[in-house]
Write a new protein. Sequence first.
Length: 227
Amino acid sequence: MDRGEIIMRRILAVVALLLTSLLGLPATGGAEVAAEPLGSGAVLFNPLGPAGHCTAAFAAVDARGLGHLVTEASCANLTSADLYTTDSSGKNVLVGSVVSAGATYAVVRVRNTAAWELVPWIDTGTGRVVLTGSRETPAGGTVCLVDRPAAMSCGRVLLRDDPDGPAPGLTRTDLCASPESVAFITADQAQGVPVSASSWCTTIAGTSWFAPVNPILEHEQLSLLTG
């Protein structure tokens, strides 16, 4: 290899490096940014749409292993546009969009798997509870409500399939829920999605309802993400 060829190769290498920098191409051999955890308690919103937000209750997967969030029903009312949440640096990052909705819940398909990794835990304020299943708690049994910011209170299941609830098929409890409620659980078992109602702790003090998660999962052909 003569001197002229060596100089030419060096020039081409420098040009390639400059083009990589100017065009924003990924550097070879660099470490990839790790996906952040996403699951119960995630606050979803549409930054370009009307003000408002909704909360994810549980993470789930379909038969193909694709990730979803089972959320409160208000997620379906934020518009049909993409939904975002905030990452650990404070940036708004795409999650996905609503792909199904019922009267008491919605399902969000998680499309941005490069940024988010679904996790099976729920933050109770005193630690993380890793969900291992969704065995239903019978009437009279203990049930706990996780609220945002992370806090948990426990009470009793009063009635399953309450005929006087705000919607059919709901479970009534003696807990006082709020618009910031995340999910109902019993120990490490998922129970249900809080159902919004302004009268929860005013006209009917200390009474709230949830949509049982098992019928939702069955209807949507999803499986609860467990640890």
